[in-house]
Design a binder for this molecule. Structure first.
Ligand code: NAG
Ligand code: NAG
Ligand code: NAG
Ligand code: NAG
Ligand code: NAG
Length: 307
């Protein structure tokens, strides 16, 4: 009898737990779908009046970039720069010749020139490469490490435990091997101290702590800051203004990368990253709000589209 009762008790106990779990899961699913359906992107609403502006020209400093091999200096200085983004907005621009006639041409990650010369040109003075893109760059040395300007540069950025000198990991050894082999290309990595300064710059310019707000800086952020450090005038090709993806009716689908026509849509990628609160996300739209302020402070112009 006692056994039977406790059996029943156990059963109802299990039932309670089961129902509780069911409710919990339903809530989680509702909460999750609510979040992902929430396409109204919420940039960080930067209250610009409270922010301290940083003079990036003074902020620069010479010690932020260390050669991966040898004792080269990151001494690139240019009067005019073309910053070519990886966005599909460059397609059809016919800007290739204009880009090639610019003193310094800056590109990002593994954005190719081969096959896209008419729109993006064929010269590269500097490439800014994320730790996560190293393998893609190294996999096609003919494209990224030979046949470029007489002394092209690559700046690798990433967490110190991945690309720092003390990392001694696979990635750092790979970068080292590449810069020994292709001695015409000067390879640098961003120092741990400078990585922290990129974080504090984001904090100062957006009012948000990068780590606490679960944000990742984008290669675009690094590239823009580095371009301001080394160039007097910058012309940016293919970057949309911060308000672009919020427009209604929804703008026509444009691939995120010009070299991946079937890849993800640019605005979807921007909006999803901007509104992501759990896990780390890029803040492409917030970053562009900062760029638009910098454009007034430094001589930055945007083309394809113009803004
Ligand atoms: C790099 O800069 C340091 C100090 O500014 C200088 O002593 C050194 O000669 C430079 N190296 C090269 C290769 O230009
Ligand atoms: C690419 O490079 C060649 C010379 O190497 C040049 O003749 C050509 O005009 C360049 N630009 C474009 C857009 O193809
Ligand atoms: C390095 O540059 C020299 C001259 O600038 C060139 O002849 C040589 O082919 C280049 N080497 C590589 C590996 O690109
Ligand atoms: C700003 O840069 C553009 C090219 O990027 C150049 O044509 C213009 O002369 C520059 N303006 C100033 C004031 O330097
Ligand atoms: C955020 O952006 C990256 C590209 O840097 C993309 O791979 C990723 O899918 C995006 N995340 C979301 C949630 O869209």
């Amino acid at each position: 009898m006692g056994l039977k009762l406790s059996g029943k008790g156990q059963q109802s106990h299990r039932m309670v737990i089961f129902v509780a779990l069911l409710v919990l899961m339903t809530l989680l699913i509702l909460y999750g779908s609510n979040n992902s359906n929430d396409t109204t992107y919420a940039p960080f609403h930067v209250a610009t009046s409270h922010l301290k502006t940083t003079d990036l020209k003074k902020w620069a400093g010479k010690d932020g970039y260390v050669p991966v091999y040898g004792n080269k200096n990151m001494s690139l200085r240019c009067h005019n720069c073309a910053l070519v983004t990886s966005s599909s907005h460059v397609l059809g621009s016919q800007a290739g010749e204009e880009i090639d006639h610019t003193e310094c041409v800056i590109r990002m990650n593994d954005a190719p020139t081969l096959g896209y010369e008419t729109d993006v040109g064929n010269r590269t003075s500097l490439r800014v490469v994320a730790h996560s893109s190293v393998f893609r760059v190294v996999r096609r040395p003919n494209e990224f490490l030979r046949h470029t300007d007489s002394n092209p540069m690559i700046i690798f950025w990433g967490p110190p435990n991945k690309i720092g000198k003390d990392a001694k990991g696979t990635l750092y050894r790979l970068i080292q091997r590449v810069s020994m082999t292709y001695s015409n290309v000067s390879c640098f990595s961003v120092t741990p101290g400078k990585m922290r300064r990129f974080d504090s710059l984001f904090h100062r310019e957006t009012g948000r702590d990068r780590q606490k707000s679960h944000s990742w800086l984008s290669t675009g952020w690094f590239t823009m800051v580095i371009a301001i450090e080394i160039c007097d005038n910058i012309k940016v090709y293919g970057m949309v203004p911060p308000s672009h993806c919020g427009k209604k009716p929804v703008t026509k689908k444009m691939p995120y990368h010009y070299y991946k026509p079937r890849g993800p849509d640019e605005c979807v990628t921007y909006i999803q990253n901007e509104s992501g609160r759990r896990g780390n996300h890029h803040r492409f739209i917030t970053e562009k709000q900062v760029f638009s302020r910098w454009a007034k402070q430094y001589n930055i112009t945007f083309t394809h589209p113009n803004w």
